[in-house]
Design a protein around this ligand. Structure first.
Ligand code: ATP
Ligand code: MG
Length: 470
């Protein structure tokens, strides 16, 4: 076997040491390769050739390395003169752990580089790999959070899963809405995917590179809503910030403003919102100057706005302003044939980045169809998450696994199961709280105002708790 670079210039101790260690490395590794300063292959051992599926190693001598090993980072080593001591390189469907070292002439110039494949199987590195996976998972979560912070969207139209005619009609209308810069009103029970759809419309609209700003009318205390919407001028009131505080309208300028739970908007603000929409101008609190804004509004609610108009709690002029294109998302119980693909998508999402599997059998899906889903897709996700936690070993959910966690209205069996002995008090209390909130929402068919009333807490406290739960 030729070892061209080792035999030249045996001058210093380092070179001798390298020479002494090289055969050992070469033998112990799963492959070795060397390139010259132009990144042309000058040597390739037989084990690496076999790993790469190169039948005739001689044929690649003198060839540039990149076409042979597309993801190689040898050019970087040559360019910087710095080793890459540990790296995971993909080759086809293999992941190779490699180390790459430059080598120099007597004048200290890089004249080439050598690389060893330390492992061609990640098994011995399991602890390292699981740490890597955990970090990767953290990265995915951090990116998601960052995406929210930078006011971009998490969902696109593909995330609205469904193939029944009803679901396809929703998507058709969403696409239509995306193409036209008109106000959209999304109606649907709790957990049907109103937010998913609003984000999806924005992300396929021409405003997609501009901000998507959501405001949940039910979650913000009434006395803060105006400032939240229109912003605050410096020193507008005692204790106000010295700087201008932008409102959601200003933040959404150029993009989309999502008015979530618009049915919960107090009448006084309805009038101001209507004016802002009609005139395209807003007036920050404590300022006497108007600012022009250009936003597309998408509103959503689970309440019946027509009844609210009839009893005077929702302005009809605002309703017609918001409802230029209406999209009604049907409840899950009216599109049960979508359960199969919904489960598939949700299980994949749950398992993504985690070292676990999640599948559901046909009988599992049939079991899900026996339920009436007052909490819709959010509830479906919770049920699947719970079922997977209890069945983590197999990761396959059959009818039994589903029935074990499916709520049975009026029965307290689940409570007994979840508040089992031997768990820390804080955990038991949190589980009991989640259970009480869920039952109240189910009893009130997802109407949060009524659920909050039933639970004896404020609506914003309920929202805070729900945000922690989701
Ligand atoms: N069509 C869908 N396909 C896949 N997942 C969905 C779909 N619709 C909703 N989901 C999931 O269900 C959950 C609830 O969705 P979302 O928050 O959009 O509902 P919502 O209608 O805004 O509910 P609420 O009225 O309670 O605010 C989310 O986890 C979302 O990812
Ligand atoms: Mg919502």
């Amino acid at each position: 076997m030729a070892q061209p670079f080792i035999h030249n210039n045996k001058t210093g101790l380092t070179r001798d040491l390298i020479e002494a260690m090289f055969p050992m490395f070469e033998q112990a590794s799963a492959g070795a390769i060397a390139v010259d300063r132009d990144c042309r292959i000058i040597w390739l051992n037989h084990t690496y050739a076999a790993l790469l599926g190169v039948d005739n190693p001689e044929a690649v001598i003198g060839q540039p390395i990149q076409p042979v090993i597309p993801k190689t980072r040898m050019p970087e080593v040559i360019a910087t003169g710095r080793p890459l001591l540990l790296d995971i390189m993909e080759y086809g469907d293999q992941q190779l752990v490699v180390t790459r070292l430059p080598y120099f002439d007597d004048a200290g110039q890089v004249i080439g580089a050598v690389a060893f494949v330390l492992y061609d199987d990640l098994q011995p590195l399991t602890p390292l790999v699981s740490k890597y996976r955990r970090l990767h998972q953290d990265l995915v979560a951090a990116r998601k959070a960052l995406a929210c912070k930078t006011r971009s969207t998490r969902y696109s139209l593909g995330d609205f899963v469904g193939a029944t005619p009803a679901a396809l009609e929703v998507k058709r209308r969403a696409r239509l809405a995306a193409g036209r810069d008109m106000p959209v009103l999304i109606l649907g029970e709790t957990g049907t995917g109103k937010e998913v759809l609003a984000q999806a419309i924005h992300s396929v609209s021409p405003r997609s590179d501009k901000p998507f700003v959501g405001v949940n009318l039910a979650a913000v205390p009434e006395n803060l809503l105006e400032a939240e919407f229109f912003g605050v001028a410096p020193g507008a009131y005692t204790g106000a910030d010295k700087r201008t505080r932008e409102g959601k309208f200003q933040l959404a300028n150029g993009g989309t403003l999502f008015l979530d739970e618009v049915g919960d908007m107090p009448l006084t603000l309805q009038a101001k919102l209507l004016r802002a929409l009609q005139e395209g101008e807003v007036e920050p609190l404590g300022s006497n100057r108007v600012q022009s804004v250009n936003v597309r509004v998408i509103a959503a609610t689970s309440r019946n706005l027509e009844t609210m108009m009839a009893d005077g709690s929702f302005r009809s002029d605002l309703y017609y302003r918001l409802n230029v294109l209406e999209i009604g998302i049907p409840p899950l119980r009216e599109r049960l044939p979508d359960l199969g693909i919904l489960c598939e998508a949700i299980l994949e999402d749950i398992c993504q980045g985690l070292d676990m599997r999640g599948e559901i059998t046909d009988t599992g899906v049939a079991a899900l169809s026996s339920y009436d889903w007052p909490g819709n897709i959010r509830e479906l996700r919770n049920v699947l998450e719970r079922a997977l936690t209890m069945d983590e070993e197999s990761g396959t959910l059959d009818a039994d696994a589903i029935f074990r966690v499916l709520p049975r209205q009026g029965s307290g069996s689940r409570r007994v199961e979840r508040c089992g002995a031997g768990r820390p008090l804080a955990e038991v209390l949190a589980a009991a709280e989640a259970e009480a909130i869920e039952s109240a929402l189910v009893a009130c068919r997802g109407n949060r105002s009524r659920a909050a009333q039933q639970l004896g807490i404020s609506r914003s406290a309920l929202y805070e708790k729900l945000a922690k739960l989701s």
